[in-house]
Structures are given as C-alpha cells and as structure tokens.
Design a protein around this ligand. Structure first.
Ligand code: NAP
Length: 311
C-alpha cells in the first residue's frame, strides 16, 4: 500500500500522485480523443495505487465525469476512490456562463452525482468565480451539501486572494485549486502563503505546464490544441523555456530520475501542497508519473530547480 497523504484538514487520504482527467473525454479541450484510451488511463491509475481523480462538469462537457463513473462502476469499489469534481459553468443560449448561486451549485452537485454513478462526491469545487454571488454564500451552499452528506469537502478554484478570503470567512474552505507550475509562480506571492496559514490544501493545476515540464518536447514539436496559443509555447519564449527544461534534466539525471519526476517532487516540498494531479493522455504517462514517489530531492536540488526558474 502506497503511503497516503491527508488533504489539508479533510478526512480524505490519498496517494500523493493523483490523476488529472481533462484528457479523459474532454473533447472540448483536446481534439481527437479516444474515449476507450481515456477509460484505460483511469483504470491504469486505479490499478496501480492512484486513488485521487480530478474531473469537472465542463471536461467534455459531462463526458469526463461519465467515463469515470463507468470505470468506477466496473471496478465496483467506490469507497477506494477519492473523487474531486467541479461545477460553475452552464450553457445559456449556447454560450458558457458562470454561476455560483446556491441554487445552481446544488443542481450542479446533483447532476455530477448522476454522471459519476455515486451518491457522494469526496471534494466538490466551485470551478471559477462568477461576478455576482458573494463567495461566502456560495461556499455556504456547499457547507449545506456537506452536512447532508452529498459532498465530503469543499473546494474553490481560480479564486483571487480577495475571493478566497471572502469564501473562507467561516473557515469552510478545505482546498484551493489554482494554476501553479515552475513557469507560473504568481501564487507564491499571496495564495500559497494564505493557504499555508489557514490550513487549506493547495492543489496546483497544470503542474507539468501542459506537458512542457514533461521533458519530451523540442523546438520542432508542434501542437494542435490549446497549446498552439499558449504563450509558453510561442517562438523564442518556447525555445528559452526548453533550455530551462534542459537544465532540470541535468538535475534529474544526477538523481537517476526524469524531468517530470523531479518537477512533481519539487511541488511536494512546498507548504500546503499535499497531492498532485498531473494529467495523462496515455496509460504509460500515468505509470511514469508514479515514479515521482521514488524520488527524494536533496536541498541542493530543490534550490537549483528554484533558481533555474527565477532566472
Ligand atoms: P499538466 O498536468 O500540466 O500536463 C499534462 C500533460 O503532460 C499530459 O497531457 C501529457 O501531454 C504530458 N505528460 C503527462 N505525463 C507525462 C510524463 N510522465 N512525461 C512527459 N509528459 C507527460 O496539464 P493538465 O492535464 O491540463 O492539468 C492537470 C489537471 O489539472 C487536469 O487534468 C485537470 O484535472 C486540472 N485542471 C484544472 C483546471 C481548473 O481550472 N481548475 C484547469 C486546467 C486543468 P502530451 O502527451 O501532450 O505530451
């Protein structure tokens, strides 16, 4: 049994390496996804000790939750899996609108429960803030759902520091999920310290910078998805970023590891980061990311990686 990590103050215990599933049925995010491969990614995770799955209504939309629901039903051991999902998006006249109102969040939880084939969700996040709903009211609705046993813990995602403080007025927020990776470190200014001081677990999304920190790309690699427009992947910036990845490769090789493993292990040295959710498009990537658990970073390696991305 792999050592389990407690997610902040929740009663959820998980393998430090979880699975991000926006490439499982996320047809609106990635072109040409094969759903059977997506299900195999989830099965591979569950069969190899990963017990934390991160999904959302909007991945698909709906399909990621549905495919995960199918795999969990097939495995038949719901209690062995910790499922996190998110809601806030809705379609109005074909356009995406964000809604954090208590009424909408309650409906969102009900429909996620159906798609996931379950009667409780371990961690439910407000996926993005809307413009109107007071954040403590939105979280208050999730607290009611928690008291009813429909969700086990409360998360918010993509909140600014002010929105997080408002959301956490009553101390109900268990988890913040925000973009954080070695190329995007803005959260180190305010969100990371706030979560550490307030016993909120911080779960970084895009931990591999959408694959750039996986160490497999070179300057000739091309992309036909969101990365085609992502500033990290453009022209000279892309070349400079690859040079940084090469410097990490030296640190990784000195430890007998690969780039992705030392990068993921580095986040786990940060206060308030208990678990990671790297995404995977293929089963071999799931297995590869698990090798992070074999890496012990020296202080020298931690500082070296820090410096590479501060330069
Ligand atoms: P990510 O984890 O930064 O990168 C995942 C990509 O890296 C994979 O699709 C694969 O891309 C590559 N990869 C994975 N393992 C690798 C390995 N061992 N070696 C080399 N390359 C590897 O990006 P993400 O999947 O978009 O984000 C992670 C999760 O965060 C998502 O799945 C989702 O659950 C969550 N998320 C949340 C939000 C939010 O708003 N809350 C937003 C975005 C994501 P290639 O096969 O293309 O190389």
């Amino acid at each position: 049994m792999v050592e389990q990590s407690r997610i902040g103050k929740t009663d959820l215990y998980v393998n430090k390496i979880g699975l991000g599933t926006n490439a499982v049925g996320g047809h609106n995010i990635y072109p040409d996804l094969n759903e059977e491969t997506g299900k195999e990614v989830v099965r591979t995770a569950l069969d190899n000790g990963i017990n934390f799955l991160d999904t959302a209504y909007i991945y698909g939309p709906e399909r990621s939750e549905e495919l995960i629901g199918e795999v969990i039903k097939e495995k038949g051991r719901r209690e062995d899996v910790v499922i996190a999902t998110k809601g806030a998006h809705k379609f109005v006249n074909g356009k995406i609108v964000l809604d954090n109102s208590p009424a909408f969040l309650k409906t969102a939880v009900e429909s996620s429960l159906k798609r996931l084939n379950t009667d409780y969700i371990d961690l439910f996040y407000i996926h993005f803030p809307d413009e109107n709903t007071p954040k403590d009211e939105a979280v208050g609705a999730l607290k009611e759902l928690k008291d009813e046993g429909k969700i086990r813990s409360i998360g918010v995602s993509n909140f600014s520091i002010d929105q997080l403080k408002e959301a956490n007025k009553d101390g109900y927020v268990d988890v913040l999920q925000s973009e954080y990776n070695l190329f995007k470190r803005e959260v180190e200014k305010d969100l990371l310290p706030y979560t550490a001081q307030n016993n909120i677990s911080f779960i970084p999304y895009f931990p591999l910078a959408a694959g750039l920190l996986g160490g497999k790309y070179n300057k000739n690699t091309t992309f036909n998805d969101g990365r085609a427009k992502n500033p990290l992947f453009q022209g000279d910036a892309f070349v400079r970023n690859l040079e940084k990845v090469d410097q990490v490769r030296e640190v990784a090789h000195a430890l007998g590891a690969e780039v992705a493993h030392v990068v993921l292990a580095w986040y786990l040295t940060r206060d308030s980061i208990d678990v990671l959710i790297p995404g995977a498009k293929r089963p071999d990537q799931v297995l590869n990311n698990l090798k992070t658990l074999d890496v012990t970073l020296t202080n020298e390696a931690i500082e070296k990686i820090d410096r590479i991305f501060k330069a």
